[in-house]
Every structure is written in structure tokens, then in C-alpha cells.
Design a protein around this ligand. Structure first.
Ligand SMILES: [Fe+2]
Length: 256
């Protein structure tokens, strides 16, 4: 059983790029299940109905998000309507949507969880505690569990991964937009990577024109962030699972 994960889709140009190629990639690589982080796949940033529809129509099974999930007002309704669109689970329970879902993947049940880090980010519920509640709520109801940990600090990603090693089948990080070279199977059996990277323009600073960020960093003044119009590369991971043991066999970085 093969899962494809794609990192943060940066703006509508990259969303179109991914959507134009995803079905072909699924077919050519024998992918059974696709998870995409779509927190910034709308025209400027955030997520909107059009980009969500595009990603689902293009072969995405579950869309995860992060700190930009509610950037647009319309997102509140979207998270209520779309069960396969997740917002981070450690928001208060009164926030629309859910942070975990069960989905079918070629005859296996996959529990997909989405969490936000709290180091150098919003002061939400401690993800260590939130994930325990989710695992207890879904105990015995799934074959494979996948966690998109949308976080800034590498240390927080590594610490939560080791804490969950053997209890989550696949743990990957998003948010920092740059793929890390540490993909591995942890000692307890969890497939892990600190960050899967982004689906966004090459030669940019996290998807934005470098000159905007350079101006901000050399003046300290507010600057309009203009998305780079360079060619796009999609970054992600392919993870293969043994159907009998339900454990990860391999994890590799991919681009297209
Ligand atoms: Fe983010």
C-alpha cells in the first residue's frame, strides 16, 4: 500500500501545477492514497472552495492545513462542509471542522491527523496531549495512522515523533517549506521526515520573491509579499506499507 504526501501548496499557480499532474503521478507510481497540505493553495494565501475542489478532483484523498487554515473568512464554512479537509486538531473544540479523519485507502483504513506545533507558533493545546486524545478516540478503528505535524521548530517535530514512535505509522512535518534529508524508519517503526518541503516556485523564499523578503530583512519595514512566478516543483514523500504487518517498509523523497 503506497501513500503519497505532498507538502504545502504555495498559491494558486502551484495548485494548478499539482492538479494538472497528480492523476498521472498516481497511476504511474501505483499510489493508493494521497494527502496534500493545502493551507495556502488559494489565490493569495489561505484556502478556498475552488482550490479545495481542484485538489479533490485531481486525486487528493485528504487535505491537511496549518496556521493559515482560517486566513480567509469562507474557510469556516469549508471546514464544516468538507469532512476530508482537516484543520489542526489542537484548536479549541468550538472551532469549525475536525483535526482527524478515517479514510479508505484501497481496502485499508487510514487515520489522518493534523496538528500544529506550539513552539514559535500560536499558543494552542499542547500537541502531545491532543494526539493522545485522538489515538484514544480512534483506538481499534484503523490500520494505518498518519500525522501531518505543521510546525516551525525542528526540535518539536523530532521530539513528538520520538514520543509517538511505534504508535503512528507515518509522521511527517510541514510548514517550513524546505524538504529535509532525514527521512527514515525510526527504531519503533514509524516512518519519519522532519519536513516534506513545498509545492511551489523554484528560486523563491518559501514561495515569495526573494527581493521582497530581502527588503523586509534589511529595513525592518512591512513589505507586500509577492509570490514568485518561477517554474514550480512539487515536493513530497512516497511511503510504502506492508498490508499484513501494517508497518512502513520504506520512505523516500520525491519531486515532480
Ligand atoms: Fe504554515
Amino acid at each position: 500500500m503506497k501513500i503519497l504526501v505532498l507538502g504545502d501548496v504555495s498559491r494558486s499557480l502551484s495548485c494548478k501545477y499539482v492538479c494538472d499532474r497528480l492523476w498521472r503521478y498516481r497511476k504511474d507510481h501505483g499510489i493508493d492514497f494521497v494527502i496534500v497540505n493545502g493551507e495556502n493553495c488559494a489565490e493569495t494565501n489561505g484556502i478556498d472552495k475552488n482550490s479545495v475542489n481542484m485538489l479533490f478532483s485531481a486525486g487528493t484523498d485528504v487535505i491537511t492545513t496549518g496556521n493559515h487554515a482560517f486566513k480567509r473568512y469562507e474557510a469556516k464554512t469549508l471546514f464544516e462542509e468538507e469532512t476530508m479537509l482537516l484543520r489542526p486538531a489542537n484548536y479549541p473544540g468550538t472551532v469549525p471542522g475536525d483535526g482527524a479523519v478515517l479514510a479508505d485507502a484501497a481496502g485499508m483504513t487510514v487515520l489522518v491527523i493534523n496538528l500544529l506545533g506550539v513552539v514559535m507558533m500560536e499558543p494552542l493545546e499542547n500537541p502531545f496531549f491532543t494526539v493522545e486524545k485522538i489515538l484514544a478516540r480512534y483506538e481499534g478503528k484503523y490500520d494505518i495512522s498518519v500525522l501531518d505535524f505543521h510546525a516551525e521548530a525542528t526540535s518539536e517535530k523530532q521530539a513528538l515523533a520520538f514520543y509517538l514512535d511505534g504508535r503512528i505509522s507515518l509522521f511527517y512535518g510541514t510548514h517550513t517549506h524546505v524538504a529535509t534529508a532525514d527521512e527514515c524508519i525510526l527504531p519503533g517503526g514509524t516512518a519519519y521526515i522532519t519536513d516534506v518541503g513545498m509545492c511551489g516556485p523554484d528560486f523563491s523564499v518559501l514561495g515569495i520573491k526573494p527581493e521582497c523578503i530581502i527588503e523586509k530583512m534589511t529595513t525592518g519595514l512591512p513589505v507586500k509579499f509577492i509570490p514568485s512566478a518561477n517554474a514550480v516543483t512539487a515536493h513530497g514523500i512516497e511511503v510504502e506499507f506492508d498490508r499484513k504487518t501494517k508497518k512502513a517498509i520504506s520512505i523516500k523523497r520525491i519531486t515532480f
